[in-house]
Structure formats: C-alpha cells, structure tokens
Design a protein around this ligand. Structure first.
Ligand code: GLN
Length: 229
C-alpha cells in the first residue's frame, strides 16, 4: 500500500509538504506508522502541483525511493503551490516497476493517486492509461467517468472486486476529492488550509481519521465527509 497526501490552501513549498514534517511522506517511505499492507514505500515517488496561470499541473515522478532523490530535496524548498498531490509507492505484486506506474496520474486539470489494489479484470481496457499498473487503469476510468462520479465509481468497483482497496485522492487546483475504502485516511484543517493524508504527518491533536467507505471533498471552505453506502 502506498502512502499519499494532498494539500489545498495557502501556498507552501514542496519541502514543507513532503519532506519536512516529522512523519512526512519522506519518513513514510521507510517507516510508515499506519501502513497495513507492505512495510516500505521504495518503488517510486511523485509530486503533482498547480501554479498560478497554468491550468494543467506540473509533475515530478521517479521510480526510485524518495530518500534517494537528492535533486528533488535541493529544489523542493523553492517550489511553492496551493494545491499539491504527492505519493510514495510500494508496488503491488506483479505490477510494473517504472516511472509511468507511479502516482499521481493526470488528465487535463486533474491529478489522481491510488493507495491500494484492484483486480485489473474488472477495469475496462483503455488506451488512455499511462501504464498497465492497476492504479493507472483505475485513474483512466475515473477520468473517463468524471471526478464528480468518483463515489459511484468506487462503489461499483468495490462491488465488482470485493477484495479491492480503493483509497483515491484527486485534485484539480481548486478542490480535493478522496475516498477511504480499505485503508487509512486522515484530514487536518487549519487556518492555512487542509491536508488529506494516508496517515498524519505529525502528532497534532487536530488530525481526524476518516471512517472507511467515506468520500471527502475539500474546498476553500474546508472538508465535507459523506458516507459511501
Ligand atoms: N497497486 C498500486 C501499485 O502497484 C498501488 C500500490 C499501493 O498502494 N501500494 O502501484
């Protein structure tokens, strides 16, 4: 199971969001605290972020461990954004090991990351997927259906593959959407903005755990949590 996070709020550097918190994604790449499947997330990392005046996000991905990304660590303090999706990967058994298999995936304005696994047999074949990894096929399906249908899409896949774990996290520059379906998800809202993360990046008592089988939408007004029943 990979670990991912998204930020919507006051512009912050990628270092502040991904590298510097005491239990950052960087630390989670070798010592996650809540990971249920897999022990380390060493099969790649990715960051997607929006910049003013550019509707499509920029991405920086790699198939190497985040702890080995010295150039990223050097540049990350200078890159700031008010909307970011980042992930570290622990590849599921049998999945390709390549940069194009690492989240976040993208289509137009959207970024999307997936924590989990899903039987590729229940996903429609598509030429739009960036990789043959289950997460890329799932992202292509979510993009095809439209992110406003994220909840129904996850419910449908959960029925088709009862063993699927479908924690998704998406952003379009103005809002975040996330599902908790089979793995952990937490949210922290402050005056500066909202972070959604597979696990808290510190011990701030304001972190809230999202219950399983719930959808979270985050706008500038904060998070809204609804059940996926
Ligand atoms: N199934 C996806 C992959 O192989 C995601 C894995 C995960 O969440 N650990 O990359």
């Amino acid at each position: 199971m990979c670990r991912h996070l998204a930020w919507l709020g006051r512009p912050r550097s990628l270092a502040e969001l991904v590298l510097e918190p005491p239990c950052s994604l960087l630390v989670q790449s070798w010592a996650p605290r809540r990971q249920r499947y897999g022990t380390v997330n060493a099969d790649g990392w990715g960051v997607g972020f929006f910049s003013p005046g550019r509707p499509a996000p920029a991405r920086w991905r790699s198939a190497r461990p985040l702890w080995a990304a010295a150039s990223f660590a050097s540049v990350a303090p200078t890159l700031t954004s008010g909307c970011v999706v980042a992930a570290v990967r622990s590849a599921s058994v049998g999945m390709p090991m390549e940069e194009s298999a690492v989240a976040p995936f993208t289509d137009g304005r959207w970024l999307l990351s997936h924590n989990g696994r899903v039987d590729r047999a229940v996903l429609p074949a598509t030429r739009n997927a960036e990789s043959t990894v289950d997460s890329a096929l799932l992202a292509a399906l979510a993009f095809d259906r439209g992110l406003d249908a994220l909840g129904p899409t996850v419910q449908e896949l959960g029925l088709a593959d009862p063993g699927a774990r479908l924690n998704l996290l998406a952003a379009d520059g103005d809002r975040l959407l996330a599902t908790a379906w089979g793995d952990t998800l937490s949210v922290l809202s402050t005056a500066d903005g909202t972070v959604l993360a597979s696990e808290p990046w510190d011990d701030d008592p304001r972190w809230r755990d999202i219950p399983d089988r719930h959808l979270v939408e985050v706008t500038s007004a904060g998070p809204t949590v609804t059940p996926l029943t």
